[in-house]
Design a protein around this ligand. Sequence first.
Ligand SMILES: [Zn+2]
Length: 267
Amino acid sequence: MYIDSHCHLNLMVKKDFDLPLKSEDFSKVSLLIENAVSAGVEKIINVGTSLVESINTVEIAKQFEQVFAVVGIHPCDAKETWKKDLGEIKKLIKDKEFNKIVGIGEIGLDFYHKPFNKQRQIDAFKAQIELALENSLPIVVHVRSAVDEVIKVLEEYALEVKGVNHCFQHERYVADAFLGWGFFLGINAPITYPKNEQFRELLKDLPIESLFLETDAPFLPPQEFRGKQNHPKYIPLIAQALADIKGIPLDDVADITTSNVESLFFI
Ligand SMILES: [Zn+2]
């Protein structure tokens, strides 16, 4: 059994971001989940990126037993209204069992997509880490072109907060920092891309007990599906690539990464 530890089903079934899901979108989600389950992917952590997409995520989780919700404001969605948006997200978390909320994310820093407001991103990141701590929830961290700044923020909270660095593709010192805090690292299809030879080398040394498998669908499809929409059903392809890189049996990758995800999110 596999788990897709980071997916955006809500972004797979509609063209525009930040619109509420319509009833026909839920039938599309149903089909996506059916296909994932047929491929052995029996649980999906669906991650919010904004207030509207966090609400969509909760609605999907409530409707489908295989799906669990992570809610929060992505650094690229930290708009001027972020405090008000976070106030609404807090209301969802108040009823976290009913809403199937298992974490706060994706949160972090992104100094790649322009324009961005550095201080606002840092403020939103810290506020959401504190929200996670208040509610005993783990965090799902997004980092792009901001590793040192993320490390600086997390150092303040590192002994208390638990979480995962999703889409991990950084250098060894970054891995060491996260692993030192007991964080997990989310591994996805870029490990199948020819150009990532250096990262595959690093991956050989990273402990499987600290790794999650994720698709980040609809983004970042495996090499053979590049240019198309990614899908949680491709998790076994990522697992096979990881098994090949590490020279361990596929079953071990499936079992260990599954129990890693279950242990962080209590699912
Ligand atoms: Zn994502």
